[in-house]
Design a protein around this ligand. Structure first.
Ligand code: LMR
Length: 355
């Protein structure tokens, strides 16, 4: 009965989901290819890396003995998933030792050390954000149980599927004996986007831009922070009008712009950023620089404890630390308050799942 009601409410949902899943599979593939281009093989001791795509694909790997896991929570996505498997096989990647493609999460998560959840149930036509939170709440609650029961105890997780911060909160809440700090959400895509905008503005290469960060939610309230920015190792500034009128809105709305242009969410850049996130988490940040990761708040910068909130972090030996003491001007504080409020509201909306 419930199923029928849902179909009536969202008559095009199944079709939409199929399309979205194919898109998410592209993300998974891209993330895989990205890893192959710059694998953290030498620095990662574990032997299984799971790429995770909810609801479409879950997992993959390539460290030394690499075994690649791909799992779907929707059986109807298995055909598309098998297509991805064929493509990965046809890449003849030297590091991939085996591929597991499954719609059984227990199998997908078995002994997995790294999980990249590159999708979630996407927002479909006519859906409200509340519906999205509700549907993904169910998915991530269930997945949390599978991780708890089947994954390696040292698993590192990055949630990409939206609303990724709160999905991650729900997921981490299901975990009993894995440290909460192993559960993170992705704002590296926003970080990369900010880097590109700034490099373009300053006429330098993206890799010349350092000491920038994203605070907050992966949503239009996110706060791209550039107060300490350097370009080519020198303090760099851009005019405030451009920052408020162009830079910040561009970064905040980039995902929506891509959806408008492609009629699908970001795929290649999201997969790439997921790999960037996990690779930095494993390999560390460059000396004198930081990156952005949405992590459980410890109360820094006045952010309520436990929220999955993007902070500037440095990473060393597989452990991240929040960069402390960055100056927060009233301008930034106003933006921070908004993104904090949004995340608190999201947490309140899924409160029943966090008991
Ligand atoms: C992105 O930032 O590209 C995506 O998170 C957008 C979306 O809603 O899928």
């Amino acid at each position: 009965m419930q199923q029928i009601q849902k179909q009536i409410k969202y008559p095009n949902m199944q079709k939409y989901l199929q399309k979205a899943i194919t898109n998410q599979l592209t993300r998974a593939s891209m993330a895989h290819f990205g890893q192959q281009l710059k694998p953290p093989v030498l620095l990662v001791k574990s032997d299984i890396l799971q790429f995770s795509e909810l609801p479409a694909v879950k997992c993959q790997d390539q460290i030394n003995q690499s075994s690649l896991h791909l799992a779907s929570i929707y059986s109807f996505a298995m055909s598309a998933l098998n297509g991805v498997v064929m493509e990965i096989q046809d890449c003849a990647f030297p590091l991939v030792q085996g591929i597991v493609a499954t719609d059984n999460q227990a199998v997908g998560f078995k002994d997995v050390n790294y999980a990249l959840m590159v999708g979630a149930k996407p927002r479909g036509p006519g859906m409200e954000r509340g519906d999205l939170l509700k549907d993904n709440g169910k998915i991530f609650t269930e997945t949390g149980k599978y991780i708890n029961d089947h994954a390696s105890r040292d698993i590192k997780v990055v949630v990409v599927g939206n609303p990724c911060n709160t999905n991650c909160l729900i997921l981490a809440n299901q975990i009993k004996d894995i440290p909460k700090e192993n559960f993170t959400a992705m704002t590296r895509l926003d970080h990369n986007r900010a880097q590109h905008q700034l490099a373009d503005k300053l006429g330098v290469h993206t890799s010349d831009i350092r000491k920038i960060a994203i605070f907050g939610n992966h949503s239009p309230t996110m706060v791209p922070y550039i107060d300490q920015m350097t370009a080519k190792n020198h303090k760099a500034t851009v005019d405030q009008q451009w920052v408020t009128q162009t830079f910040i809105p561009t970064v905040q709305q980039r995902g929506a712009e891509i959806i408008k242009a492609r009629k699908l969410s970001s795929a290649a850049s999201a997969g790439n950023a997921a790999m960037n996130h996990i690779t930095t988490w494993v390999n560390g940040t460059a000396e004198g620089d930081y990156t952005s990761m949405a992590i459980p708040s410890d109360g820094s910068y006045g952010v309520p404890k436990g929220l999955i909130f993007s902070f500037p972090v440095t990473v060393k030996n597989g452990k991240y630390s929040i960069v402390q003491g960055l100056p927060i001007t009233p301008f930034y504080q106003g933006l921070l308050d908004k993104t904090i409020k949004e995340l608190v509201d999201e947490r309140n909306a899924v409160d029943h799942l966090l008991k």
